[in-house]
Each structure stands twice: as C-alpha cells, then as structure tokens.
Write a protein that binds this ligand. Structure first.
Ligand code: NI
Length: 177
C-alpha cells in the first residue's frame, strides 16, 4: 500500500515526540521512504514527515522541483533526512506563508530562522551537513517540527494570519507542504 493516509490535525499521533532511527539501509526503512515519497507526490506536497503517516520515527523527506508555472520559485534538492539536528546560524527570522498536508486547504504566516545548518543521515546512514537559507531553511524547519509534535499553526503569531487558501489568496493555486 504505497500511498498512505495522511493524518490530519487533531489526531494525537501528530503530537508525539518521534524516535531516533537506529538501523539504516534496512528493508523497513526503504519501504517507509517509498511510501512517504508516493504519498507526498500523490498530494503534490513539497515535504512529508513520517509521523504524518502514523510512523513515529525521526524521518523527513522534502523536495521542491522547478515548476514552469513558477519560474521564480526556489528549488530544493530531493532530500531524505533522518535524525536531524538543526542549528540556527543567527537570530534573524522572517515570516512566510506555509501549508501542510495534515491541514489541507489552509495557510498560515509562520516565523522561521532565515539561516540554518542542518545535519543528519540519509537512508544509507551517510552524513548530511548543509547550510541553507530562505525557503530551503523554512521547509526543513517545518518538516522537522513534525518530529517534535509541532504543527505550523502553533507557531503563527497572530491567528488573523491563518485561514483558508481560497479566502486568503483568491484565484491562486497554492501547494500544501
Ligand atoms: Ni507539514
């Protein structure tokens, strides 16, 4: 069953602290990643965390490919990030609109660190160590929050900046994350 059900906000399983992965390059991990990719692609998402499909492990995936409809949008390489550690590189934060596959049809304005180092492992256990900024940094923070039971509305400063896509952005097509 490659495409899995994505849990929606309100489900207590989204609020757990996820557990570290201890075994890499295993059939179980590879199957989980395949299901996560299939699920994310089926919903046109840019990222997905394992807890969103009910698997309580510190695994996230994300990718933002170039889209001819949005030639100016930043791209983010296809990434599998396991047991991540995030280190902000300054206090600077900026607000940006986010969506989430666990909160379909909605958007919120969320403050995130603008510059960030992230470390972790890929599916084979190889070290990942990147310094990123902007949208890439935002996506990583959003996905890794899922591993600590944090959904983006919990970070929205003013609930006036949280609402339904069609009301916030009439006539626009927006992507859930
Ligand atoms: Ni999300």
């Amino acid at each position: 069953m490659p495409v899995r059900e994505v849990l929606h906000m309100g489900d207590a399983r989204l609020l757990r602290h996820a557990e570290e992965v201890r075994k890499f390059d295993s059939p179980e991990l590879n199957e989980l990643l395949k299901d996560m990719r299939d699920t994310m692609h089926s919903l046109d998402g840019v990222g997905l965390a394992a807890p969103q499909i009910g698997v309580n492990l510190r695994v996230v995936i994300f990718e933002v490919s170039s889209n001819p409809r949005y030639p100016d949008a930043e791209t983010v390489p296809q990434t599998v990030l396991i047991n991540p550690v995030l280190t902000p590189l300054s206090d600077a934060m900026e607000e940006g609109w986010e969506g989430c596959l666990s909160i379909p049809g909605m958007r919120g304005l969320v403050p995130r660190f603008t510059h960030l180092r992230y470390q972790g492992r890929d599916e084979y256990g190889a070290l990942i160590d990147r310094t990123v900024s902007g949208f890439h940094a935002r996506v990583v923070q959003h996905e890794c929050d899922h591993l600590d039971g944090i959904l983006y509305p919990m970070r929205v400063r003013d609930l006036k900046d949280f609402g339904f896509n069609e009301a916030l952005f009439p006539g626009e097509t927006v992507q859930d994350e």
